[in-house]
Design a protein around this ligand. Structure first.
Ligand SMILES: [Mn+2]
Length: 367
């Protein structure tokens, strides 16, 4: 769960000054400074400091390689991320190093940097980055962000969530094949309802299916649609899919994490690089690739070529805004059948129709 942490002191991996050479202990010698590089994109100039720092050791890829990657996929990335507020997760030492979440943009940003006010479930407000163009992405990369977590709305219209994010989380004992099978059922159910979903790898073992929505519903409505979809999938495929919030009830199944659609939740964006040593990217793909898609070889080193040869699988997502109503009807049917709301994450105020927010095994204990 992303939270705002105080800025950790930066470990001095490359001290600018070191002491002596053995023969003259205590004599100060300056290390040669690593020149920063400046990149021009979207009419802006972004300065990249420490461009040669290794960010993805298993790929041998540097911070500047990550910059080059985002320049290569920038057009596709903007189709899905453009105009959205972003949560920063900073990895000053690259993938594998320590990280911290940061909602607020730090002081001293360039005058062109676009920001917007976001809030948390408890009402805290922060000034967050907006992915206004690729220069904004590179500005975040320079801070040590490998990828960005995005809000499900455009900063111009914070009242309406325009994305349903179906997050398929394989539970312990399941693997990517199970995620694939679950994704196939998601596609079939959505198609039945007249809805087109757009799949991507998460860069790990999960799959996300996104539905771009007409801007008519808030995140509470979108979450209730996700709850209904998760429950319907579990009813149809009880051996494979679970809609159970409590881990002890999920079993060796794929969990449809409906709460990723709760208000103020962010999800890792398409085309962004994961903090893995091997540089995997959360990669959009076509439904007809589902049987063969492998998240592992899709990295910042290979995805630009894939995009160049295959084109952008999500090219049409923005021109295809859809209605949430078929899923809201499913939700209404569940309510009418007596099903309560599903549990919310701990940081949220209790919802009116929510069951007790306690794991069933604990609720049964007579303490
Ligand atoms: Mn997930």
């Amino acid at each position: 769960m992303p939270v705002d942490l105080p800025i950790a002191p930066r470990p001095a991996a490359h001290p600018a000054v070191h002491c002596g050479n053995g023969r003259f202990p205590g004599r100060l010698e300056l290390m040669p400074p690593v020149p920063s590089r400046s990149v021009e994109v979207a009419g802006r100039e972004v300065v990249i400091s420490n461009p040669e720092r290794v960010y993805f050791p298993a790929l041998g890829a540097t911070k500047y390689d990550l910059v080059r990657y985002y320049l290569a996929v920038g057009d596709a990335l903007m189709i899905t991320a453009g105009g959205r507020p972003a949560l920063l997760e900073r990895f000053p030492e690259g993938a594998g190093g320590k990280s911290f979440f940061q909602k607020r943009v730090p002081p001293g940003v360039p005058p062109w940097l676009e920001t917007t006010t976001v809030s948390t479930p408890n009402g805290t407000r922060s000034n967050a980055l907006v992915v206004a163009d690729v220069a904004h992405v590179l500005w975040a990369v320079n801070l040590g962000c490998l990828g960005l977590h995005l809000w499900p709305y455009r900063s111009a219209d914070p009242q309406h969530a325009d994305e349903l994010r179906i997050d398929l989380d394989p539970q312990p004992g399941t693997g990517f094949d199970d995620t694939r099978r679950a994704a196939r059922h998601v596609r079939a159910l959505l198609e039945e309802l007249g809805i087109t979903g757009y799949p991507k790898t998460t860069g790990n073992r999960g799959i996300h299916v996104y539905v771009r929505l007409q801007p008519r519903w808030d995140s509470t409505a979108v979450r209730s649609a996700a709850v209904a979809l998760a429950r319907e999938l579990e009813r149809r495929h009880p051996d494979l899919v679970t809609a159970q919030w409590w881990k002890e009830e999920r079993g060796q199944r794929v969990f449809v994490d409906f709460n990723q659609n709760a208000p103020h939740k962010t999800v890792f964006g398409a085309w962004f690089a994961r903090p893995r040593l091997t540089g995997q990217v959360s990669t959009p793909f076509e439904w007809d690739e589902l049987d063969t898609i492998d998240p592992e070889p899709m990295t910042i080193a290979t995805v630009p070529e894939r995009l160049g040869t295959r084109g952008d699988p999500w090219a049409t997502i923005g021109s295809h805004t859809q209605s949430l109503e078929p899923l809201l009807e499913l939700a209404a049917a569940d309510r009418a059948a007596g099903l309560p709301d599903a549990p919310w994450p701990p940081e949220y105020p209790k919802a009116p129709d929510e069951p007790p927010r306690v794991a069933p095994s604990r609720a049964r204990k007579p303490d």
